[in-house]
Design a protein around this ligand. Structure first.
Ligand code: PGA
Length: 252
């Protein structure tokens, strides 16, 4: 494989707390939508984006932001789990931001995780994104094991939307969100790292001391499939990283 090198430095902003992090990420969404009301964007799941979602909902409520023409591409879903399943990532995103921030449901693109032929369906999802010109903005989180979307350790920089095995660590992390005594799927469908790297702008957000070590590995260690989020540095100056002080404390 050809050596991969960073094109230019990514933009790093360290803010006091997760509220400020959410505000900056919301600014990135607002700037994208101001330029292109029908922009194509992605938003992450998890605890990290909650301050961002609160800020988006506030701005929409105040009439400062209109997300109704935006195309939202979901980043990941458990294999075999339908979007309307209460345990789905899509359902979580629906409750957390799609509904409250008034996205148009007809412009929300959900992963075809229940398709009988997931590999072919994943290719169609890529084609759907390409047909709309690709992502204008990808807002991303980082998992405790360095995953980005659900690109688990081992994911290549040129990986595309596909099905993959989840690590036990990610399944344990997911358990906090699952209701009832159902078995958490061991596989997920995720947008690929290569797909994300084609976005016009990427914003990686992280908050809290619990993320400090993985943030250091992702941003300072040599890029590697062991920490898939490290590949985001290949985006060079199209990547903006927004951290709170706690998540940045090992960067030196
Ligand atoms: P978290 O999850 O925001 O809940 O830490 C991030 C992720 O797993 O990508």
């Amino acid at each position: 494989m050809a050596a991969k090198s960073e094109q230019a430095a990514f933009d790093l902003t360290i803010v006091a707390d997760e509220t400020a992090m959410g505000r900056l990420a919301a600014d990135a969404v607002a700037e994208t939508v101001a330029r292109q009301p029908a922009a194509v964007i992605s938003l992450p799941t998890g605890n990290t984006p909650l301050p961002l979602f609160a800020e988006l909902v506030d701005r929409v409520g105040r009439g400062e932001l209109d997300l109704s023409r935006v195309h939202l591409f979901c980043l990941d879903e458990y294999l075999g789990v339908a979007a309307d399943d209460p345990n789905s990532l899509t359902g979580w995103l629906q409750q957390a931001v799609i509904g409250p921030a008034e996205f148009d449901p007809a412009r929300v693109h959900t992963l075809p995780a229940t398709d009988r032929d997931p590999a072919a369906a994943a290719n169609r999802y890529e084609a759907e994104l390409t047909a709309l010109g690709g992502l204008d903005l990808a807002v991303l989180g980082i998992g405790p094991n360095g995953h980005v979307a659900y690109n688990e350790p081992g994911s290549a920089a040129d990986s595309r939307t596909r099905v993959l095995e989840l690590t036990q660590e990610s399944i344990d992390q997911a358990a906090a969100y699952w209701r009832g005594s159902v078995t958490i799927p061991r596989r997920a469908m995720t947008v690929g790292v290569g797909t994300l790297l084609e976005a016009n702008h990427l914003v990686l957000i992280a908050a809290g001391a619990g993320k400090a070590a993985i943030v250091r590995q992702a941003l300072r260690d040599p890029m590697s499939a062991a920490v898939p989020a490290s590949w985001l540095r290949l985006a060079g100056d199209r990547l903006a990283v927004v951290l709170d002080e706690a998540a940045a404390r090992e960067l030196g």
